[in-house]
Design a protein around this ligand. Structure first.
Ligand SMILES: [Zn+2]
Ligand SMILES: [Zn+2]
Length: 306
């Protein structure tokens, strides 16, 4: 399939070996969660990338960016897959990020699950800010001001980090994540997430297609899911594994590919783009093959916006 061919113009720094050279970026964040760019900016950038067939909007636990993204897809002519990245918990051992695409957002079980997650996250963030504000000059209002779309964004630690940067307490978001808002900080509070199986069931009930994000990333997972874990999720309706992600290790990608083959799962790729600031991830750096997206669309409850 020519996936390994080198072309002079390929400068995708985070592209991983073996990933498709053309196709869809199925993992992107906007200001509607912790990204820095609007949906319009994302679609605008996507239009300028010749190897990109289309993109997915997958903000954390939210579909609030869908209307703006749809509008931008029509304006730019870049096809759009509507989705979300959903945080779940596996046996209190590790959190698992699930990518869901083309589900019906009005389905009550899934809509309720999103609402509950957001409410719990806001409450937890508020309590962290309360504790931090005793030692550093930030307020809840400062943190809210860092959320690009107040009330619609899934508010969380990135926004506390940005408020600490704005207050001059730390220089960068990463510095805040390494110190005051880190998982081992005294201010840290865990957030309850729904079980993996509950999320799979809710997404399936909403007619969506669901995959595990960056399952072989040692930095993104407290514990790496085993083959048996993933086989169990497949038996519950899991559709896909995100193999092509910059943080999956080479051995991990090989393992996921073998598993996908054995379990009949789709193989996807995504950049985990968060906008131009902050993270190095480039839009379209890892892609999902066109024929895989065709299968996702066949399975999904809603159409790709074209
Ligand atoms: Zn993730
Ligand atoms: Zn992500």
């Amino acid at each position: 399939m020519g996936a390994m061919e080198k072309t002079g113009k390929d400068v995708r720094a985070g592209a991983v070996c073996g990933a498709p050279r053309t196709g869809w970026d199925l993992h992107c964040h906007t200001v509607f969660s912790d990204g820095k760019a609007s949906p319009a900016q994302m679609l605008g950038q996507a239009r300028a990338l010749p190897d990109l067939t289309g993109v997915a909007i997958t903000d954390h636990d939210s579909t609030a960016g869908w209307p703006q993204a749809q509008q931008a897809a029509r304006a730019t002519g870049v096809p759009l897959v509507r989705g979300a990245e959903i945080t779940s918990d596996w046996k209190n051992r590790t959190s698992v990020h699930l990518l869901a695409w083309l589900f019906d957002p009005s389905e009550p079980t899934l809509a309720g699950l999103f609402a509950r997650t957001r409410a719990e996250r806001v409450e937890r963030t508020r309590r962290m800010v309360e504790a931090i504000s005793h030692d550093y000059p930030i307020t809840w209002e400062d943190v809210l001001a860092q959320a690009g779309t107040a009330g619609l964004t899934t508010i969380g630690r990135p926004h506390i980090a940005d408020a600490l940067v704005a207050a001059g307490v730390v220089r960068t978001r990463s510095e805040a994540f390494a110190t005051i808002v880190s998982g081992s900080s005294k201010y840290y509070l865990p957030v309850r997430s729904p079980e993996v199986t509950e999320v799979i069931a809710a997404v399936k009930a909403a007619g969506g297609v669901i995959g595990i994000a960056h399952a072989a990333s040692p930095t993104r997972n407290a514990v790496i899911l085993t083959d048996d874990d993933i086989a169990f999720f497949a038996s519950r309706g899991l559709d896909a594994l995100e193999v092509w992600h910059r943080e999956n290790t080479a051995e991990g990608r090989a393992r996921l590919l073998r598993l996908a083959d054995r379990l009949g799962l789709l193989v996807t790729g995504g950049s985990d783009w968060h906008g131009t600031d902050g993270k190095p991830n480039r839009l379209g750096e890892n892609l999902t093959a066109d024929d895989v997206v065709e299968q996702i669309e066949e399975r999904g409850a809603i159409a790709i916006v074209r």
